[in-house]
Design a protein around this ligand. Sequence first.
Ligand code: ADP
Ligand code: ZN
Length: 520
Amino acid sequence: MSENALDLLRRIFGHTGFRGEQAQIVEHVADGGDALVLMPTGGGKSLCYQLPALLREGCGLVVSPLIALMQDQVEALRQVGVRAAYLNSTLDAAAAAQVEQQLLTGELDLLYVAPERLLTGRFLSLLDRARIALFAIDEAHCVSQWGHDFRPEYRQLTVLHERWPDIPRIALTATADAPTRREIAERLALEDARQFVSSFDRPNLRYRVVHKDGAGVRQLLDFLAGHRGESGIVYAFSRKRVEAVAEQLQAAGIKALPYHAGMDAKLRAGNQRRFLQEDGVVMVATIAFGMGIDKPDVRFVAHVDLPKSIEGYYQETGRAGRDGEPAELWLSYGLGDMVNLRTMIQQGEAGEDRKRLELGKLDALLGYCESTQCRRQALLGWFGEPHAGACGNCDNCLEPPRSWDGTEAARKALSCVYRTGQRFGAGHLIDVLRGIATDKVKQYGHERLSTWTIGSDLDERQWRGVFRQLVAGGVLEADVEHHGALRLTALSGPVLRGERALMFRSEAAKPPRGRKSRGG
Ligand code: ADP
Ligand code: ZN
């Protein structure tokens, strides 16, 4: 070893020093140890295998599921004089053969390979004849069946260990709560690997959650007004929503572009290029957008619909503020989102176990949304990382929410659900509670119910909050078969009977009229 890691870091990559645990990871792997690295997006995972590959003899093999990312990385490495190449489906036979030849003759420092290519018998026997410095398994969470990026081929990567037990392996991911972490270690036969878990805290990101107020894109425009001329991403639930929101933003004079998997590939790639190269483009996208996007100055990430899980949310928002400068995250959601997502999960093709797991993840996210606790503390807690709270950079810390005793309101709401036959959505139930004599109310004779007008002390917005929080807390559930009609659950009984008190987060700045928080 003629040079040490720090020299290489400075000379080749032009950085002054290591970040976080990079130095320890590089040293451990360069010495031949296995590693499992958990580091948030933007934390600097690439160097953790690139440097050891340069320090060790032979070529570092990097398994990566993302073709675009491979190409970017190889391009960047070549620019600083590292002998890097990739092998994936975009290469023709001649080009691929040339790369393979370079591998055999020791002319490569790093080779990026798609997993399906790596696992072919032909390629594995080729590796027998090459000198390999290490195996790096990027986006290691793809091995998890429960994650959203499951790649079956990742399961077979244990063959690397079986065939070449002496070559160090390093698996890296930005997405891993404790159960996923255990699964990665087990599935990749990395139980004995040293784990490097970085803090997932991103202090420069400001977290904010708002409730949909029914004014549609207006709410988003108000948020964007604070980010004029800045680059950002707006995530929406479906392709249709992406198109609609992009159009509405364009109509409001914002440089917004759509991105989703259903678009013409050329147009989509063009939009992505503009987002990366131009200033101030707002990308309106489904979650198809973003993996492997390395744009340092994304100033905000807005979700106009509820994401599917806390991990997903963390990953999507992790694309903001990679340059370390302040960036803002904004999430808006309403009762409709919960109903949509629950319906989608329940009507999906997945097996019962998987559905239960997804519903559980959704509940955890709803808990996060409704929480009055420091958002950062709640989020990091989900990843098993303790945080003292009071971060001073989330909505709950900046404008502490009020809570109010919603026990009585909850009883009225549940009673109204029951009296109307558990067949109606929140809109109609609120009309009945508030005594709004709509056609529908008259049609069903609901003005004759005992719950008619019993809720006139709260306004519509407050009632929406009540229903949303009841659904979020599992005290009511959406009936998938009946267009999201609300019905009682096992948790409803104790609330109806007044055995369980409920505290609600205030919708307005002031608690509802005539009600004071009793605390607790
Ligand atoms: P990840 O793969 O974890 O998302 P990357 O490896 O792409 O992160 O690194 C994110 C950014 O941080 C890149 O722009 C990279 O150049 C930069 N970076 C990584 N390590 C360092 C370091 N030690 N000093 C300065 N910048 C770094
Ligand atoms: Zn906070």
